[in-house]
Design a protein. Structure first.
Lengths: 164, 433, 747
């Protein structure tokens, strides 16, 4: 049994310890955000955060995740109450098919936690591991920029608020 | 009496020092009006381009995100950080006002136009053996690049190395100008390969161990070295490659970046094979022939083990899920096994079975650790093997477990020691040179 | 999003209940004021859009007694925003809030058969049908209200889901719909709302599907989890020619958690309780399997174009005007495009369940009806016992593995009835087995007179078919591998004016003497089918590159040269708009190694217009092309959702740039070698331009023009033209990788 902490809640997983996190998230915890895109750590559709680092959940076995905080897109907000990043993606209509978007958001989230005011260059470099086949890149960049602005002004007015 | 001896010693020292300084001093060569680009013969420029690719000038003399040949790239050494210079033909920031003679002096003697000694991070101890035609071609190539008005940052070296005269002392001890007689009794291809590998590609600069003063150890050519925190494996009979390299497999590797029974170029070797991919085959094949000869034919025992390994991996039995209880086993199964098949020669994404990997079988775990941390990826969206890095996903302890497991499973060599310490040092940015 | 229940629905069960009166209301009375009611008997005049194939209004619009409105479409959401646009259209015409409408898409049990969601037809076909159906439904309800309230229709108005009289009385839609009031044939004309009065159409309404997609809602077929679902993986052969020779499945069968192994000829699959176990079991089976393979099954990649041109071809002359003429100057060029893949980010997936000899398939196929037909043929089942329900997949960009995995799921579900089976393709299999966009060759030759006007034009294009979509079982991948296999049906060219390999082979320009020949090559060395744009990407790339070559020979500015040969006013307007916003006339010199390029096309010469200008830099030492900016102008007729159009054009430019600069499927004599993102790289963030600006020319009241494929061709040509401008070197062989560019520009 492996204890996983996902979006602040603990779960006991009886999956084989070598099972990549992606399958546990999707199949056992019914979390749809992280997606199977390649299973090879090449496309980033499976990106989630672990202790602040963006990782490819398709090539990280749950064996290494006990005691570490896993965050998925579901942890950023809900459809009724979206978080700042999700709000930014909705406002910019930053999706075509939308399949790559949760991975993009988690990669962006990890960036903004480390660097709340990234330059365009830095955003592009941070998102480089994530593929988008529909060509939504321009909107994704705008959404990340927008979220960064929202969050820094929120922090400015209320220092306790910030990236979740 | 003592005073007299002291006096003589003092005079000798002063004379010696003066003599040394006189010997070490190099004149500045006259500023040259920047030559007209069209004055260079096109074929000469083309040849210069090929030589520059084989010699990897652009790799050191271009910084990440910077313009080609404009310098600025930091090169970590055990003695501090050196920044490659701007070798574009810019008259102020680059070598635009260097005559061909000044260029040749830099390549053969390690002295810049102004007469300053150059740090041997610039491998003039190899370039000194270039032919005259090749120096000419390189000059023609460099002088026809785009000029860039950017000055490299100053070097960051500890005293007394930050005084260039100290380089003269180093040269006195370790530098031999000029051509070296190549061995007789070899065919033209080998001879050409020996020349290109030594004088242009300077393979030995990375693949040869260096002494405490940073000079290549005499008599130990290709016995293995290091570059920018990576281990450059031995290319001689001590090669750790599980399957011995042949001229053919080396050619495939150097030209395409991967070889089916060896793996993919990583770390500082990646840009080297990228450059060689654009160079005529007639230049790469001789290098492959020469390097294969450095190792010589493998011992019968080594060949037998290699054949058995390939045989085993070509005819796998069906296996169930690995029931191995080692902690690293689960990590390997979930993180690596998809691509690095344990049962076949190759898995998904073109990754080799790690039993074939030189990095896994090398005496030093450096390369294996770095590859696990950073992955392997072609630059700028080019075609090539693509492996993710695991530095965000795995702790130091977990990487130690994983690499320990891999070493035990896929190598018959003794276990690596102090893995966790090594991993931590790498992550902290130590051991970069 | 709810998973529809697994029952067999028919229209009868849906409409049962409620009122008894069947009011057969004549729409002619409702439209008595319509002065345009001239011409042939309405029943014989063609109905707009897909109403042609499904003329009953209640195929499209249903209103329940509680007032809830359901709109049906045979088209599928592919990520192009069609769900939202169709809801906007219906809401506008029915005068309800968009949130009041539930849209049911592409379900063989519920929706009209609109064939494939392809060819940028959705707005033109489904949008138009729903536009008219909704308007006519509204007017029926107004007519009924007029009867009930005894007031003439002029005093009635539909708004907010009710019909209002000017004396304050109102009747909600739900009160008006007793019986089969909408079970009437559509009329050829409708009283559409004035475009100037639009409050929903023409607005960039946020897409209805995005919130779920960014918050982890169930949004894709990959997210379905019906109770009792099990996981399956297919062991794909290593190559097209490979057939299973030998395998001992017992060790894998004995693995704990493995439920069943399905083998039928060379079709081999494993079903397991848990997904990761299915993957492990699949790998174990793949390790244990041995295959017979043809070592020379594929031609040489290096000489593929010569090989294709040497294959037998069926030639058709699709344009022949005037007489061959000569001119003062002659220009000739050949262009080539390699096989390119869809490369959907999410490998194809399907869920299927076989219960009581009835099969339900959840699929992201672009055509649920043709898929049903093909699966029925493959399983030797009656089509009525099969229900195909479209659920979104990741962007497919044409015919990818969606139908094949549905067929996989059908076969496996049949072998394991009673439990839903989920089949997920692996990345390597999607890369290797999806049908590619075919390799194509184009040869152009033209003559210019002394004034620099084109006086003769000859264009030839060589191509395989651009559609091997199911309809036939032989177009389903697993059907080829069964012990009693099906075979590829003989491919046929898609006819003009849409075309396949010859799509957009006929330029829109004024050409007094012109011949265009399509060489249709039936033999397919690699598996091919429809990739976004079909032949238009390559043909527009070729002829718009060629236009620049002609402009150069004529000493003319590329934009001015195009205008010189164009009479179509809308075409001229997108060109001048793009050029103006780009600053084409600017006298500012670009920095060294920078170039700019321009291109224009009207997709299929029938759909949206697009003109694109690009500025880029060619890095001299590496040959890498760095896109700086792109400016596009488009005309899609009436823009239902302007932001949706912009999204499609931005995306189309970037996707096309990726094809144009990076992509070619690799193969050796036996197998496809492009198996992952390393061996088939596509554009990442580092390659994306600094900015893309899209200028929409909105034409309210004009027919909708499909836009999803309008940008790809012009973007490619604009890039080629900009590279030529930057380097002086004309590249004609796609893709323009750094190696190719470097080789062309030299040292």
């Amino acid at each position: 049994m492996i204890t996983l902490t996902v979006n602040g809640r603990t779960h006991q997983s009886d999956a084989d310890p070598s099972t990549p996190l992606l399958y546990v998230l999707r199949d056992d915890l019914a979390l749809n955000g992280a997606k199977f895109g390649c299973g090879l750590g090449q496309c980033g559709a499976c990106t989630v955060m672990v202790n602040g680092e963006a990782i490819y959940s398709c090539v990280v076995p749950i064996a290494v995740l006990e005691g570490r905080a896993i965050t998925t897109v579901e942890g950023l907000g809900t459809a009724d109450n979206p978080g700042a990043l999700q709000r930014a993606f909705i406002d910019e209509q930053a999706a075509q098919c939308g399949y790559c978007i949760p991975g993009m958001m988690m990669r962006a989230h990890a960036l903004l936690q480390k660097n709340p005011t990234p330059s365009d260059e830095q955003i592009r470099a941070a998102l480089q591991p994530n593929l988008c086949r529909c060509g939504t890149h321009m909107r994704i960049l705008r959404a990340v920029r927008r979220a960064a602005q929202t969050l820094t002004s929120a922090t400015a007015t209320n220092p306790k608020e910030g990236v979740r | 009496m003592w005073r007299r001896i002291l006096f003589v010693v003092l005079i000798m020292t002063v004379l010696g020092a003066a003599g040394f300084v006189a010997w070490a001093w190099e004149p500045a060569l006259a500023l040259n009006p920047p030559p007209d680009r069209s004055s260079f013969d096109r074929e000469l420029v083309q040849r210069g381009a090929e030589l520059a690719a084989i010699g990897n000038c652009g790799v050191c003399h271009t910084t990440a995100g910077g313009k080609p040949f404009a310098g600025g790239r930091p090169l970590p050494t055990p003695f501090g950080t050196i920044h490659a210079t701007n070798i574009t033909p810019d008259p102020k920031a680059g070598i635009g006002q260097w005559s061909e003679a000044a260029f040749e002096r830099a390549m053969r003697e390690g002295v810049d136009r102004a007469g300053r000694h150059l740090y041997p991070a610039f491998p003039y101890d190899h370039f000194t053996r270039l032919t005259d035609e090749d120096v000419k071609a390189l000059y023609a190539f460099m002088m026809t690049r785009d000029p860039v008005r950017v000055t490299a940052p100053a070097n960051d070296l500890a005293f007394p190395l930050n005084i260039r005269l100290s380089v003269a002392a180093w040269k006195l001890l370790f530098f031999h100008k000029g051509r070296r007689q190549l061995e007789a009794g070899h065919d033209a291809t080998w001879t050409r390969g020996a020349y290109l590998a030594d004088a242009v590609a300077h393979c030995g600069a990375c693949h040869t161990p260096r002494n405490a003063l940073g000079a290549q150890k005499r008599g130990q050519d290709f016995a293995g070295g290091s570059s920018e925190g990576w281990h450059a494996p031995a290319l001689n009979a001590q090669s750790p490659a599980p399957v011995p390299w042949t001229a053919d497999s080396l050619f495939t590797y150097l030209r395409s970046g991967s070889a089916p029974l060896h793996g993919t170029a990583a770390g500082p070797m990646a840009p080297v094979v990228h450059n060689l991919g654009g160079v005529p085959e007639d230049d790469v094949r001789p290098i492959a022939v020469f390097i294969a000869s450095v190792a010589g034919p493998p011992s019968p025992e080594r060949q037998r083990m290699a054949d058995e390994l390939i045989q085993r991996l070509s005819n796998p039995e069906t296996v169930g899920l690995a029931a191995d209880g080692q902690p690293g086993a689960a990590i390997f199964a979930g993180a690596c096994a998809t691509c690095h098949s344990e049962t076949r020669l190759r898995g998904a994404a073109g990754a080799i079975n790690l039993a074939l990997s030189t990095a896994v079988n090398a005496p030093d775990p450096l390369n294996a650790i770095r590859i696990v941390l950073d992955g392997i990826g072609p630059a700028q969206d080019r075609r090539g093997p693509l492996m993710p890095g695991f530095s965000g996903a795995l702790t130091d302890g977990q990487i130690a477990q994983l690499t320990g497991y891999v070493r035990a499973q896929f190598s018959t060599q003794p276990a690596w020691r102090d893995l966790e310490t090594t991993i931590r040092r790498i992550r902290e940015g130590k051991d970069q040179s | 999003m709810n998973v529809p229940p697994r029952i067999h629905l028919s229209r009868r069960t849906l409409l049962a209940g409620g009122g008894a009166l069947v009011v057969s209301f004549s729409l002619r009375a409702a439209m008595a004021q319509d002065a345009q009611s001239t011409g042939p008997e309405p029943r014989q005049a063609p109905l707009p859009g897909s109403l042609k194939g499904s003329p009953m209004l209640d195929s499209w619009i249903r209103i329940a007694a509680d007032g809830s409105i359901t709109v049906f479409t045979g088209k599928a959401e592919l990520g192009q925003g069609i769900r939202t646009a169709l809801v906007q259209i219906a809401a506008e015409q029915l005068r309800v809030a968009p949130a009041a409408i539930a849209l049911v898409a592409a379900d063989t049990a519920q929706t009209p058969n609109e064939g494939y969601t392809a060819g940028s037809h959705s707005m033109q076909d489904s949008g138009t049908a729903i536009l008219h159906a909704a308007a006519q439904a509204r007017d029926i309800l107004i007519g009924i209200a007029a009867g009930r309230l005894s007031v003439p229709v002029e005093r009635l108005k539909a708004d907010g889901g009710a019909v209002h009289a000017d004396d304050g009385r109102r009747l909600a839609y739900g009160e008006l719909v007793a019986g089969n009031v909408l079970n009437v044939r559509a009329q050829p004309q409708s009283k559409l709302r004035e475009a100037s009065a639009h409050t929903i159409m023409g607005k960039s309404m946020p897409r209805v599907d995005i919130p779920a997609k960014v918050t982890g809602g169930v949004a894709f077929v990959q997210d379905l989890r019906p109770p009792g679902m099990v996981h399956a993986r297919v062991v794909r052969p290593p190559s097209y020619s490979a057939r299973l020779r030998d395998i001992d499945v017992k060790p894998v069968e004995r693995m704990s958690g493995v439920l069943k192994i399905v083998r039928d000829g060379s079709f081999l699959a494993v079903i397991a309780q848990r997904e990761y176990l299915a993957v492990m079991a699949m790998r174990a089976l793949a390790d244990a399997a041995t295959w017979n393979e043809n070592a020379q099954a594929l031609p040489e990649e290096q000489t593929i174009f010569a090989h294709l041109e040497g294959l037998p071809a069926e030639d058709s002359t699709i344009l022949n005007v005037g007489q061959p003429a000569s001119g003062a100057r002659m220009v000739e060029a050949a262009y080539r495009r390699p096989y390119q893949m869809h490369g959907s980010i999410g490998p194809s997936c399907a869920v299927a369940v076989m219960e009581n000899d009835a099969l339900t398939l959840w699929t992201h196929s672009q055509g649920v009806y043709p898929l049903r037909k093909a699966v029925a043929e493959m399983l030797k089942m009656p089509p009525e016992r099969i229900r195909c329900i479209h659920v979104e997949g990741s962007g497919c960009y044409g015919h990818n593995g969606a139908d094949d995995v549905a067929a996989d799921a059908a076969l496996i579900a049949r072998a394991f009835p009673g439990r839903p089976v989920r089949v997920q393709w692996m990345r390597e299999d999607e890369h290797a087995f999806e049908p590619y966009g075919p390799a194509m060759i184009a040869r152009a030759k033209a003559a210019l007179d002394r004034d620099g006007t084109i006086v003769d034009w000859q264009y030839q294009v060589w191509s395989n078919t651009h559609s091997t979509r199911p309809g036939a079982a032989g177009n389903l991948l697993p059907a080829l591998h069964l012990a009693a296999p099906f075979f590829h049906p003989a491919p046929r060219p898609l006819p003009q004016p849409e075309g396949g390999g010859d799509r957009n082979a006929i330029p829109l320009y004024r050409l007094p003497n012109a011949r265009v020949i399509h060489h249709f090559i039936p033999t397919m060395p690699l598996r091919v089918s429809a990739l976004r744009g079909l032949g238009a990407y390559m043909n527009i790339f070729s002829l718009e590159s060629f236009m620049d070559e002609l402009a150069a020979a004529a000493g003319a500015d590329p934009v001015e040269f195009r205008l010189r040969h164009l009479d179509d006013a809308r075409a001229r307007e997108v060109i001048t708009t793009a050029a103006q916003h780009f600053g084409w006339r600017s006298s500012e010199r670009l920095p060294s190694h920078h170039g700019r390029g321009f291109a224009f096309a009207r997709y299929k010469n029938l759909a949206a217009y697009a003109a694109i200008a690009v500025e880029l830099e060619v890095e001299h030492e590496s040959g890498r092309v760095r896109l700086a900016r792109a400016v596009a102008a488009t005309d899609s007729g009436e823009a239902v959702n302007p932001d949706g159009i912009r999204n499609q054009i931005e995306g189309g430019i970037i996707q096309s740039a990726s094809w144009t600069l990076y992509e070619a499927v690799g193969f050796d004599r036996m197998r496809i070698t492009s198996r992952d993102w390393g061996s088939y790289p596509i554009m990442r963030f580092a390659g994306v331009p600094e900015r893309i600006d899209v200028h929409l020319i909105d034409r309210p009241g004009q027919p909708f023009l499909g836009t999803g494929e309008a940008a790809q061709g012009p973007a490619a040509a604009a890039i080629a033209n900009a590279i030529a401008d930057a380097t002086g070197v004309r590249l004609r062989d796609l893709p323009f990788t750094p190696e190719r560019v470097k080789r062309a520009i030299g040292v």
